[in-house]
Write a protein that binds this ligand. Structure first.
Ligand code: DLL
Length: 432
């Protein structure tokens, strides 16, 4: 079902006009309300009057996660705190989180976008939807929740962390759809199998995202559970889940491009690349009030198509993600930057900055081991007080990443040194 036919099947010309109109307003809005943008535009000599239509967007400077970090926590908000009704946060590149804020109108638009996405997965008011993304500062749980309520379906706000309860309720409530990360759903399918519940479920669709996954994983999920699985994309800075989703044809994810204007650029030259070519996805939020973003570099690598889809939607589509242009990892749905580990280890006197993160997937759940080199001052023939120190570092890492990791302490000069850029990650999962 197409949730918003007028917008989702709008002609390219009308969409471009709408985007132009919104961009012109947005640029004036941020220039007047956010010092950061005013300074940035002044620095390159661009005034709001210079932006006359969407093609002029290339005149505007990019925004990055570091800009959000430098203006932590609320520096890029365009409205006073009294107009913000919700805050979410995601991992920053080092110690501090990236904080995002929404006005009431932002939340309404977010729900509208999520409703479009769930409709692509054929969810309607008769459905019972288990939401097993984390609730809280992460955008997944509440973001999906409000959108599903907008659709009018029955929401079961499971959050994450209790698979047995989830599978029991799936059967007892007759859940027809589930929203969670794809790796978690594979895990759930195993729990259902082990509990002998597979033939008792009424599930027909899944809306999976928040982490990279492959077509192979989609087929695996669909076959094991006899359902249709859809790919939903989004990021906190831009909004949360619901920026794009794939329809029943799975030929790319339809972007809600009346709200999020996409560009694909070459990460090195920052120049636009042609449709079909891989590059970095950049978004401008055309309607957001709380935290409007101009040309935000997502660091996600994909390609774009503007052809009309077989489903009838005319919205631009991005292909399944092909990687990232930075070193961010997503482990059990949590965004992790190696620089966060580094920043945390600096606080521990007994260790050096030499560490290696080893990421794997065991029984469809991600595992993280961090090998850390001990400082020679604290090492003779053995690591003294190894148990206590391991415990201390485990705690420090858990606090820094919001994720538990197995810590393995190793002697001085054990980890391989690299002649070029230091290598801190071995990722054994095949995600792209
Ligand atoms: O992960 C929002 C979300 C929640 C999306 C639930 C979908 C479902 P962040 O925590 O800010 O927000 O992480 C955003 O996750 O830049 C991508 O690298 C990655 N990501 C999100 N969805 C997908 C997907 C949420 N479908 C970062 N495929 C993004 C691949 C994805 N990567």
């Amino acid at each position: 079902m197409i949730w918003n036919k007028e917008i989702e099947t709008m002609s390219r010309e009308d969409m471009t006009n709408l985007q132009s109109e919104r961009l012109v307003k947005l640029v004036k809005y941020v220039y007047d309300n956010v010092e950061f943008y005013r300074k940035k535009m002044d620095a390159v000599g661009v005034k709001p009057e210079d932006i006359k239509d969407i093609k002029d967007i290339v005149k505007l400077p990019f925004t990055t996660k570091n800009d959000l970090r430098d203006n932590y926590p609320f520096g890029l908000f365009a409205v006073p705190h009294s107009d913000i009704v919700r805050i979410h946060a995601s991992s920053g590149t080092t110690g501090k989180a990236t904080v995002v804020g929404y006005t009431k109108a932002d939340i309404d638009i977010w729900s509208e976008c999520v409703a479009r996405c769930f409709s692509m997965a054929n969810v309607d008011k008769d459905d019972i939807v288990q939401i097993a993304y984390g609730y809280g500062l992460f955008t997944g749980g509440l973001g999906a929740h409000y959108g599903v309520e907008k659709v009018g379906a029955m929401v079961v706000p499971m959050s994450t962390g209790n698979s047995k309860k989830l599978t029991t309720m799936m059967v007892d409530f007759g859940a027809t759809a589930i929203a969670c990360t794809p790796s978690y759903l594979l895990h759930i399918s195993e729990v259902l199998r082990d509990e002998d519940l597979l033939d008792k479920i009424k599930l027909k669709s899944a809306i999976c995202g928040a982490e990279p996954w492959t077509e192979k994983m989609r087929h695996e999920i669909e076959t094991r559970l006899n359902i249709k699985a859809h790919d939903i994309y989004g990021l906190s800075e831009v909004m949360g889940p619901g920026v794009a989703c794939d329809c029943e044809y799975h030929e790319g994810l339809h972007i809600c491009e009346d709200h999020f204007y996409p560009e694909i650029i070459d990460s090195a030259t920052l120049e636009p690349v042609a449709d079909g070519e891989t590059g970095e996805l950049v978004f401008t939020t055309l309607t957001k009030q709380g935290l409007p973003l101009i040309r935000y570099r997502t660091k996600d690598l994909t390609s774009i198509s503007h052809d009309t889809c077989k489903c009838g939607r005319t919205s631009a589509r991005i292909s399944r993600f092909k990687g990232r242009s930075d070193d961010m990892l997503i482990i059990r749905g949590v965004n992790v930057f190696p620089s966060q580990v580094e920043a945390a280890l600096i606080e521990v006197e007994e260790v050096t900055p030499h560490y290696m993160m080893i990421v794997d997937r065991v029984n469809n759940l991600d595992t993280l081991e961090i090998q850390v080199e001990i400082d020679s001052k604290y090492y003779t023939d053995e690591i003294k007080g190894i148990e206590k120190l391991t415990k201390k570092i485990t705690h420090v890492i858990q606090q820094a990443l919001g994720l538990s990791a197995k810590i393995k302490l190793v002697g001085p000069n054990t980890l391989q040194r690299s002649e070029g850029k230091a290598v801190h990650v071995i990722d054994n999962r095949k995600l792209y």
